[in-house]
Design a protein around this ligand. Structure first.
Ligand code: PLP
Length: 402
């Protein structure tokens, strides 16, 4: 028996690097240092009023009890209508389950499908939680580096090379956290042409940033390009990012009946249904006025354009234009090998991030956390004034390197 009280599958995982970076920034702020925090990955807007009012009305009407495990009929009908209206996807009520955030949906999907050693293909750069979620379910994350030269996207040849008899899932996140890169229908079709040859592989689409899109395009869905993949695709989405509802904890899954049924069983024996009041709020978000979405995306776009221009004007830094999400994934290869005024050599992106924090108080997250270096992620989910201040400080710090 192990000497540790903590199970090996939990000892294998680590706390979220973005949380650690935010903690470090907050610690320095407590010490009195002026900090520009560009770490956070959540909208800086309040949840729209009509959504908050729907939650209050639900409480007043007594919607304070357990709901069906899969979520209220009202919420699941709203999800069915959303998938039909926005994605052209048709699902029955019993192919939908509401979860406590998309995070819990993804984790639970691995928990119900992975046998020890099963592999999950995770294109890098990836959202920090994916590999750890796989490890926590005794699976093996197979990360595939998708370089900037390929717009940070997985190619069919890379996918083919990564698939083995043990591959259980391919994870797709478009637009992506951290790069904002988004797949086109043609790119999806090319990936699907590989997948049809490997029937053991399931596809999970993490669509959480689908509405945060700057190029005027509607985010296409993998299943629109590959409808024949419906029976082995799990659609994951939620209201956190689109409607500024990160604290309400509502995500959802649409997929084949056997997977949804297994999720229902696992969740019914662990978390139980997600918050009844939040479910009413999420239904109002999906069914209601969508003006907040267009208005907030227009603001993110102004911030993206302003910040991108400032970053790309700093010698040694560059950033590909993201199609969506609210991050810039900044290439800092031009700073590696330089020396700080204190004589410290910048060997990797973690050193760059530490230098920016210690010298000018700008908190960002190192590319190592996302599986592709040398980069850092900067969040634009904050005011234009804070972003301007951050860019001015970064430019000052970079100018002092030699
Ligand atoms: N998927 C991605 C790519 C994310 O960036 C996040 C949050 O940062 C989530 C899922 C989790 O969303 P939720 O708040 O619904 O759990």
């Amino acid at each position: 028996m192990s000497t540790s009280r903590i199970a090996a599958r939990v000892r294998r995982i680590k706390p979220s690097p973005s949380t650690s970076a935010a903690d470090r920034a907050n610690e320095l702020r407590r010490q009195g240092k002026s900090i520009v925090n560009l770490v956070v990955g959540e909208p800086d807007f309040d949840t729209p009023l009509h959504i908050r009012q729907a939650a209050a009305a639900a409480m007043d009407k007594g919607a304070t009890r357990y709901t069906l495990m899969a979520g209220t009929v009202e919420l699941r009908q709203a999800i069915v209508a959303k998938l039909e209206r926005e994605n052209g996807l048709t699902y029955a009520l019993n192919e939908i389950i509401a979860t406590s955030g998309a995070k819990s949906a993804i984790y639970s999907a691995f928990a119900i499908t992975l046998e020890p050693g099963d592999e999950v293909i995770v294109p890098a750069p990836y959202w920090v939680s994916y590999p750890d979620m796989v490890l926590a379910s005794d699976g093996t994350p197979v990360t595939v580096a998708c370089p900037e030269a390929n717009d940070f996207k997985l190619t069919p040849a890379q996918l083919e090379a990564a698939i083995t008899p043990k591959t259980r899932w391919l994870l797709i996140n478009s637009p992506s956290n951290p790069t904002g890169a988004a797949y086109t229908l043609a790119e999806y079709r090319a990936l699907a042409d590989v997948l049809v040859k490997h029937p053991q592989v399931l596809v999970m689409t993490d669509d959480i940033y689908e509405h945060i899109r700057f190029d005027g395009e509607r985010t296409p869905h993998f299943l629109q390009a590959a409808p024949e993949m419906r029976e082995r695709t799990l659609v994951v989405n939620g209201v956190s990012k689109t409607y500024a509802m990160t604290g309400w904890r509502i995500g959802y899954v649409a997929g084949p009946r056997d997977l949804v049924q297994a999720l229902d069983t696992l969740l019914s024996q662990s978390t139980g249904n997600c918050c009844s009041i939040s479910q009413a709020a999420a239904a109002a978000a999906l069914n209601g006025d969508q003006r907040f979405v267009t208005e907030s995306v227009a603001i993110y776009k102004q911030r993206r354009d302003a910040t991108l221009a400032r970053i790309n004007a700093i010698p040694g830094l560059s950033c590909r234009t993201p199609e969506g999400a609210f991050y810039l994934y900044v290439n800092c290869a031009g700073l590696i090998g330089k020396t700080t005024p204190e004589g410290k050599l910048l060997k990797e992106d973690g050193d760059v991030v530490m230098y920016l924090l210690e010298s000018v108080g700008v908190a960002v997250v190192a590319g190592t956390a996302y599986g592709l270096s040398p980069y850092f992620r900067l969040s634009i989910a904050t005011s234009i004034e804070i972003l301007e201040d951050g860019c001015t400080r970064i430019a000052r710090a970079v100018a002092e390197l030699h």
